[in-house]
Design a protein around this ligand. Sequence first.
Ligand code: GLT
Ligand code: MN
Length: 388
Amino acid sequence: MSQYEPKPEDRFTFGLWTVGNTGKDSFGDPVRQQLTPVEIVHLLANVGAYGVNFHDNNLVPIDATRSERDRIVADFKAALKETGLVVPMATTDLFTDPVFRDGAFTSSNPEIRAYALQKTMQGMDLGAELGAKVYVFWGGREGVETDAGKNPLDAMNWFRDALNYLCEYSLDQGYGLKFAMGAKPNEPRADLYLPTTGAMLGFIETLEHSEMVGVNPEVAHEHMAGLSYMHAIAQAWDAGKLFHLDLNDQNGARYDQDLRFGSHSIKQAFFLVKFLEDVGYEGSRHFDAHAYRTADLSDVKAFARGCIRTYLILKEKAEQFNEDARIQELVAQIREAGDPMSVYLGEYSPEKARQLKAHPFDRVALGKKGLPYEELDQLLIELLLGAR
Ligand code: GLT
Ligand code: MN
């Protein structure tokens, strides 16, 4: 249906590794041919994406020579020019190569920590060359299987040192990059450091250039921890730190599924889209998901279109929710339950505190009041199911 056609201002982006996923998993070999970055750019243009993001090694293999790198980047730039796609975000693969088996910035080996800095600086150079404004940090191996050999305080200090160093590098080069840190509770390691968005937000405040650093929350990662993604997003927004996001889906505390956006937790996805649209989020709507292992290339396209369409359908549902008279009546009833207490709430003053302490609350009567959350939630379900 034409009303669900993406527009550039929707900022729908995908990573090269998402539609480029070959279906390989820990138990099975690839089922799809590896597409080249140029082929992926064309595929994404075909499904209506605005941009494409990459890890350094999605684009340039880790062992490429300088001339191979330059040729790959030139071909990629030509494909971007031809299709009009842009690169809003880039990141570093600090988890695939065996060198990172004990982490990158938090590796016990200082030589590996230095190599991780070198690799990230080169990744930042590549990102900046292609126009990226956001640089993502996902610490896939920053964690442990056992705490027997590493003190988390050391790991935290090494992590902090690395980010402080890289902020300086970006400033030094004039790249103007914003860093976005992605949290994940576990997998591939047993326990990853800074496992939730809230933990990341706390850590960021300890950095020397905390103003440059925000978060990149991912649906699946919060849901794996049994948390509300939308609440993590709201906290990041409240802190002015929502620099990027990873949209996908996840069925609870399983392995990291990276499902098509909105394919499992429709209600959560609705609240998320409504939140982003209501506050006026203007960053990338980036899909960090991949198609089922059963998919062939044409089904991968259906997967990518599906991510976009579901977002746009939920955006329309959010508008309906905001305009639905009965729904808004119930929302208002919930918000306005009780006598106006504004005289006591808000800023503290000794006089207000004295008056509030003297106020005769009817606690029992207050405790008797019900709230129509059931009716409201059922209306939402009916709206989502198309019965309203
Ligand atoms: C991976 C991870 C995400 C990261 C991506 C960039 S890769 O899919 O789940 O959190 O943002 O490293
Ligand atoms: Mn994931």
